[in-house]
Design a protein. Structure first.
Length: 432
């Protein structure tokens, strides 16, 4: 009996050791997703439309799942990023990915940076710096990544994830226990099926749980984790780590919608458009249920998760651009690493300058900037989804590494779903 317990203990210890070496890319993905899509968009969705919006959050999370998983699947199976796979589809596919990335990166980074600055100002009670808050924030992010790169990002994000996860689950359980607020006298719910409602729905789904093009970042982070730990996990180990992180991301999205719905929906109050005031209202979601004593803890946790998100966004875009440029402008892989290594830092600087320009252009209009960035991501999503699907179901992967029939069916449904809503958006926009 003792021998049996020891054997089980050794097996569990071995599995945990393997998981700890594999863990990282999925956690990075989850923290990137939890940022704007959860703290901002999910909360707004619940506050403006109540639990009516919950079905769409769950649906789009399911429909997008295969295309995110394919980034991890391809990286583990081929030991190359899915961006390398785009080149196998042909130079036009790689160029299209490159152009779509450039078209979206300033708006996405700008939106995440603007929200992060709001949580920073709320935490420290700073409002006199104005737009300089974002400038300082971006400078710190560029500095951290230029010096530490993935190692710093990987270590920081795991601590942040635990703090926010515990805080959110606690607030959610207490909120459900207390029940929703009583609607204010004369309250009239917003119509989801008019033009503004549909636009918000598209914006919500654009980053729910996050933009589809982040699948390429996940493949790059998977490879970097292997390099960091000098451990090549089995495909099932890589997929387990990602699936667990994705499941947690989806559950947290539901929780944020419920928090927004139970605490704000029916109150007659509008969530502020100012980033700092918006951050204050988000933190109040927690303190209204947990207690005022928790304000500083939650404010710090919310800022750190947003800070982790903006660092991950900077790293993801710079890393993907670097690899894309390498693949487009060189032929021999051995020349790539030496010739373009410094491009990572250059892209960090370019992204920060371009994103600051976007932020200054939108001024203090938080919702407009976030909605524009998220809708743009939704329009791009079907193209990336098709690329990823072709790579994992064709000749580029060995048969045992290809997705199951069920996952293929879900992929077809997801492509139709994403394409249909993207066409609907363009049709409505054209008619306006």
């Amino acid at each position: 009996m003792v021998l049996g317990i020891l054997i089980q203990y050794n097996e569990m210890s071995t599995k945990f050791s393997r998981f700890s070496k594999t863990a990282g890319p999925g956690i990075l993905f989850a923290c990137t997703a939890i940022g704007v899509s959860h703290l901002v968009q999910s909360t707004r969705a619940g506050a403006d439309y109540g639990l009516l919006i919950l079905g769409f959050v769950v649906l789009v999370t399911i429909m997008k799942y295969p295309f995110f998983e394919y980034g991890s699947r391809y990286a583990n199976s081929t030991q190359t990023s899915i961006i390398d796979g785009y080149k196998k589809l042909g130079k036009p596919a790689l160029w299209m990915y490159f152009l779509l990335t450039i078209a979206s990166m300033f708006f996405v980074t700008g939106a995440v940076g603007f929200v992060t600055a709001g949580f920073f100002e709320n935490l420290f009670g700073i409002d006199f710096l104005g737009e300089w808050t974002v400038v300082i924030l971006f400078a710190v992010c560029v500095g951290i990544l230029a010096i530490g790169k993935y190692h710093v990002l990987d270590s920081l994000i795991k601590i942040i994830a635990i703090v926010l996860l515990v805080s959110t689950v606690s607030a959610f359980l207490l909120t459900v226990y207390n029940g929703p607020i009583e609607p204010a006298s004369g309250f009239e719910p917003k119509d989801l099926w008019n033009v503004s409602g549909i636009f918000f729905l598209l914006a919500l789904m654009g980053w729910m749980p996050t933009a589809v093009d982040l699948s390429s970042w996940n493949s790059l982070w998977t490879l970097e984790r292997m390099k960091q730990t000098n451990y090549k996990p089995k495909l099932k180990e890589t997929l387990f780590e990602f699936r667990l992180s994705y499941l947690i991301t989806g559950i947290l999205a539901v929780m944020f919608v419920v928090l927004g719905s139970f605490i704000f929906y029916g109150s007659g109050e509008e969530l502020p458009n100012n980033n700092s005031l918006f951050a204050h209202e988000i933190v109040k979601l927690y303190t209204l249920t947990i207690g005022d004593w928790s304000y500083i803890i939650i404010a710090a946790s919310a800022f750190t998760v947003m800070f982790g998100t903006i660092i991950a966004v900077f790293d993801g875009y710079s890393r993907s651009l670097q690899r894309t440029v390498e693949l487009i402008f060189t032929k021999k892989d051995e020349k790539i690493r030496t010739k373009f290594r410094t491009f990572y830092v250059i892209f960090l600087i370019v992204i920060s300058i371009g994103s600051l320009t976007v932020i200054f252009q939108f001024g203090n209009n938080l919702k407009e900037l976030v909605d524009f960035a998220t809708v743009l991501s939704f329009v791009i999503a079907p193209i990336i989804a098709i690329f990823n699907f072709r790579l994992v179901t064709g000749k580029y992967l060995e048969k045992e590494h290809r997705p199951s029939t069920l996952l293929k069916i879900l992929s077809f449904a997801g492509i139709i779903f994403l394409s249909g809503f993207a066409i609907l958006f363009l049709f409505i926009k054209f008619l306006q």
